[in-house]
Design a protein around this ligand. Structure first.
Ligand code: C5P
Length: 224
């Protein structure tokens, strides 16, 4: 790993969407470009952390200096994330599908002339952020999540932080007018146990750098 304020530390980042297979050709998924998660992984690696990026399917290139594990489903993402432990820092930026089809069809489901559409029963996916945040010997020292809200953003995000037991949350307003989804910029509230700060509108890259500076500060490492 590169020299830098986070040299000697291990970091884990999740990014992108998950795809939950219905059959060999169809899936349920979330919209996520992976831009923010990938930018965070790149910034952690540039700051010297040994960084594992667990990524769902995205159009983003693998960031320099990271170990990248490509997965598709939430279950695979959880297994890869747990396999990357122990880590000092975990950042969950992935847009994980909340549900998956309860049964996976082994063959492509056929359309039948005049037939009823299939009914897809759903099962609940594991919550990767909550799982990593749960107290235990493997818990990373600093666990960070994201929250996308459309109203009362800071308040709902603080409640989410407590519920998931993570340390920090970056909360953004994803109302359609903000253009955050798939865009190059992000505007977040930075939520910790001691309160909320509003960060200015930043490119996703600049936000990643600011977050990594904050992490270095948290661990008492100087930022060059
Ligand atoms: O509950 P919600 O989806 O709003 O929480 C968002 C945060 O939780 C993000 O950090 C996301 O990466 C994480 N998450 C997760 N696994 C899930 C659902 C969300 O890691 N199944």
């Amino acid at each position: 790993a590169a020299p830098g304020p986070l040299a000697g530390m291990n970091a884990l980042v999740t990014s992108g969407p998950t795809y939950e297979a219905i059959d060999p050709v169809r899936f349920i998924g979330n919209r996520s470009s992976g831009k923010q998660g990938h930018a965070i992984a790149a910034a952690l690696a540039a700051a010297g952390a040994s960084t594992t990026l667990v990524s769902g399917p995205t159009a983003e290139p693998d960031p320099a200096g990271c170990k990248v594990i490509h997965i598709e489903s939430a279950s695979e993402m959880l297994a890869a994330a747990q396999g990357a432990l122990p880590a000092d820092i975990a950042i969950c930026a992935a847009a994980v599908a909340d549900w998956r089809p309860a049964q996976l069809a082994n063959q492509k489901m056929k359309k039948r002339e005049g037939g009823e559409p299939p009914r897809i029963e759903l099962a609940t996916n594991p919550d990767i952020l909550a799982t990593l945040s749960a107290p235990g010997p493997q818990r990373p020292r600093l666990v960070i999540g994201f929250a996308a809200e459309t109203e009362r953003v800071a308040e709902f995000a603080q409640a989410k932080r407590r519920k998931k037991q993570c340390d920090w949350i970056l909360a953004n307003d994803v109302s359609p007018a903000t253009g955050t989804f798939g865009g190059a910029e992000n505007e977040v509230h930075f939520i910790t146990a001691s309160g909320a700060e509003s960060w200015p509108r930043l490119t996703k890259r600049a936000l990643a750098t600011r977050l990594v500076d904050r992490i270095a500060q948290h661990f008492g490492k100087s930022v060059a």
